[in-house]
Ligand binder design. Sequence first.
Ligand code: AHR
Length: 494
Amino acid sequence: MKAKITVNKAKSVGTIDDRIYGSFIEHLGRAVYNGIYEPANACADDMGFRADVIELVKKLRVPIVRYPGGNFVSGYNWEDGIGEKSKRPHRMELAWLSVETNEIGVDEFQEWAKRADTDVMMAVNLGTRGPDEARSCLEYCNSDTDTYYANLRRKNGFDKPFGFKVWCLGNEMDGWWQICSKTAEEYGRIATEAAKVMKWVDPTIELVACGSSDMGMPTFGEWERTVLDHTYDYIDYISLHCYYGNKADNTPDFLANAENMDKFIRTVADICDEVQKKKNGTKQINLSFDEWNVWYRTKDEEKTAKRWQIAPHLLEEKYNLEDALLVGCMLMSLQNNCDRVKIACLAQLVNVIAPIMTENGGGAWMQTIFYPYMYASLNGRGDTLLSEVECDTYKTTKGDSVPYLYTSCIDNKNGELTVFSVNRSLDSDMELDILLEGYGDYKLIRHIELYSDNIKEENDKDNQRVYPISREISDTPTVILKKHSWNMLTFKKK
Ligand code: AHR
């Protein structure tokens, strides 16, 4: 099969906000306890954080990590996780039916983030709690005033404010599963009042309002319109969440979800513009795609798991090559929509639907999805160029026509261009020509490929069966993309 990509220097989509390579750590399963934190592990540092996990997070160059949830945040008392550890309560955690020991809270997490070279994207509880706790938490984290919560932080050993810039106003409040879920009107009101007082406490923060839990929600669209109608003046971003799955075991359909993600983004961006117009507003509301991934094998696991365990094995999805291909495409979708998506979080980072896995008392290892995430984060910074694709298409069971090639092209602004591509064909290699209009003499200097003959191949703690290789560069202008492979091509000015 032949394919062609044309990009033109004059046709840029926009500059990528590095925060689209963010991730997420929730108090859920073994994400925090035995994930980032395991004092008894041989590689634990002076605070009990796993140094091996920090090393892997650094390899991914994660710019921002959403915390502490997720569904968890809607029942969370942030005060439980500060100050003297021995005084912290054990709580029944209702989102995941586990016991939360509160050994880790915002005091420790901000320190972990520093050690992992990342920023914290903090979420407040608008489920069981509201504006009062949100403003207290913000004062504790960000204020340098001589007032109660700022002084409490000092008393707990942190003289300097943590300085978290981005704050989420609750989580998935449209979802029936959410602790104290709300109608769009109810949420719109509480989010507005929380946003108002939070921006009075710290006008430099950016706020994310909850959009729909996914595009399939019955209230999708109307939820966004109503919430934005209430919150428009006070917020900066609206959230999108999306998890794809392959329960039907139909790989072509599964991989076509990249186009569904594009559609989701454009639909929400259009709603933001519609509300802005209605309000005669000057502010553009941008998008925070703060939960995205492949997740279907371990959904609802908490319902059948033994209740009230500490750090149970929950949502430990095992990823294969086909998942890595879709994750690669989803990253390209974020890049291609960088004019509106300014923040995105791969959900999640460690053990729970995650690229990084740990063994209790043992080592850490990389799932298949680690690799497209790492290469996108390291090499997908700069300006996205509009990619015009010429390629054969296939039909999904829904009747959509989908090109075999999914791609993005980034001008790295350092004399290099990076093209990410997935060949979605299950049986044909692709002969790909890339035309870089307006760039003069560029040559291919690197071709990284993620491939296995078996598209269902997985990694585990003892074997990295799916890992990237460097392909030899030939002198011909045509690049071969293997069937069902992910690829990164680097071009450099001669
Ligand atoms: O990431 C796992 C869960 O998925 C989050 O807690 C929730 O926000 C979403 O439903």
